[in-house]
Ligand binder design. Sequence first.
Ligand code: GLN
Length: 471
Amino acid sequence: MIKKLNKKLKNQEITPKTLFNEAVEKAKQQAKTNNCFVTILEEFKQQESNSWLNGIPYSLKDNISTKGILTTSSSNILHDYIPPYDATVYRKLKKAGAVLMGKVALDELAMGGTGTTAHTGIISNPYDQTRIVGGSSAGGVASVALGITPFSIGSDTGDSIRKPAAYTGLVGFKPTYGRISRYGLFPFASSLDHVGCITTCVEDAALVTDVIKGECEYDMTSLADDNELYAEKITESVKNKKLFYIKEIVTDYDYDSETKEVLKQFQDVLKKCEELGITVHEESIEMELLQAVYPAYLAISCAEATSNNANLLGVGFGLREEGGTIEEMMFKTRTAGFSELIKRRFVLGSYILQKENQEKLFLNAGRVRRLIVEKINQLFEKYDGFILPATGGVAPKIDDISNKIEEKKMILENNLIIGNFGGYPSITIPSGKINNLPIGINITTAVQKDALALNIAYQLEQALKGGDKNV
Ligand code: GLN
């Protein structure tokens, strides 16, 4: 899609300004029924370049700093916060000539996965308004799924780009940890946070990543640039590549018909892989370890989030409630500023970080993380990557989100977290539909094998499109 637009721009069939105005108009139109934007920008501003992204409008998750532009992280506590500096990813996109047209809503402070906790309202799924769009990069996927922008930039700590992408028939990619600078991204859980993109196809994910990746002097976790152009490598042959899937995650534990269908369609995808010359193998990981992944994620992410967000006190910036003493002021500010989910997670995080609980909860969670990463790294010595369903079903109904997921299904529903534990490049692509609602599959490769993840995803995307016009 981006290359096509780029061609039109080059041939002067359209101008960047018209594209921007069209996106803004569509966004305003959609804003009547969909809360995906926190801010729609009015003024067209562009620095020209000869990159593929020159003149292409996009949206940016509202937890990414933009100098002089409201950046709320979809939280009441930051409802009027205007950052004094630009995030590196935004600066790189500006330099490439891409045109920011709006800041998109998220689950408050990027925690959660439903798109229902932003202070600006629930973001529904464009395929069915009664369903969630997923999160936390909810507004971003909605802006792409609604055809407002060809791409959006999000963040992914547990699955926040890849899972909502699956619920909306889009591509969601987070590269290797450190590949894209996080300078200017509001931290959620620093050891797991990634910046990534949401696009309509794998080629666009490669084009966008080529622009935003690279070492950054302001982010000490950023990696030295690999000096590869991913978009140039996606079309390479994937013949003789080897993938595995984790048997325990795709076993049918007497699931409902929807999840059975996810697993059935997953088998069809594996057949497509074989047609491409990729061999797919079954591997096994102890159930105990797999079942510990989500609790370990919660422990690590809540602890890190509690510490990272300790600055939201009403002192330096953001909302401030009055109080007789400074403690009372902070207490009232945090009570008024955060939603229930955030408060629950901070209580959990504070508990986990208490001296007497650290060894049992925080450090043990770290051990679980290390065990699963060591296991996967061993498997990566034999394989190019692994493939799994991105979700256990289609986007849930908004009314059903507080329903508890059965324990066995948790390992399927939360498998994308493995990608964050290991900092692996991980990409979700659409794989089909169930009752006209999209589902996706995910491919994850070893660290630094970003080009390979995109390459396999691209070839599979082409094969799936060829065989099923529904994809
Ligand atoms: N859904 C996960 C959570 O609740 C992931 C969020 C994310 O990746 N930002 O924390």
